[in-house]
Ligand binder design. Sequence first.
Ligand code: NCD
Length: 305
Amino acid sequence: MLKGRHLIEPGDFTIEELEEIFELADRIIANQSDYIDLCKGKLLASLFYEPSTRTRFSFESAMMRLGGRVIGFDNPDNSSVSKGESLSDTMRVISGYTDIIVIRHPKEGTARLAGRAVPDTPIINAGDGGHEHPTQTLTDLLTIRHELGGLGGHTIGVCGDLLFGRTIHSLVKTLNRYPNNKFVFISPKELKMPSYFLSMLPEGSYIETDSLDAVIGDVDLLYMSRVQRERFVNEEEYLRLKDVYVLDKKKMSHARKDMIVLHPLPRVNEIAVEVDEDPRALYFKQARYGMYVRMALISKLLGTA
Ligand code: NCD
């Protein structure tokens, strides 16, 4: 039963519960007009303490497409946070006004704290620092399920900022729960997967390399990511690392014909614009799946579907 639950990290839901969400998302994709009143009369709070385009707009459009409404802020300077109000006070007050709360915050663990402050209102973590981004994972999984025909048995290349990338942390942890997935982690040594993270993965389930060229022909899926500028302490280090990988037409010519390229977006330089026209480049389609999966998630947590 998903009604009333929080989603702080993908591990909060069982594989069966994730499947329930994907199945509803599939039904919504097939018959959108049947769902336009599903959340009528419900109110979603959208609290963004950190910049966002896709996540915020996809949540807001998801709620509106279900007939619900949205209030919130995308700049905490305009809220009482700027007067020094604590997060848990803000959450308690907002939970008195709304039915479900989406929160993005630069500090790891904030969504969990928010969930503790309001046990009776569903809280959705829309990204907490470099920690987790569960709804991006739902987006990625729905995309993979549609485009590769299932969530197990894949060789997944994950390229870029594996140290700070929260979308990557949530995605790898979750794909690791499905059978027979193998990972190829591609990063410069400064941005490797944290060792605590690697220790959670079964031995033999991954390899690490700093060469995209060496492995691009071996993967079924290439998940590209942006170097996370805002998490660097040292700007020079960022500038030195930001363009280490650029996926271009030449690199794509060495990839399999049925390989797919995903990216949570925003893209900076890591995928050349010339790749966009390649039928294997699915990142814009992926962003749209994000709205459908959030429609399914909101309805399940509100108990309207
Ligand atoms: C990601 C994020 O915010 O972590 N973006 C998103 O939600 N689609 C990825 C990123 O910012 O690099």
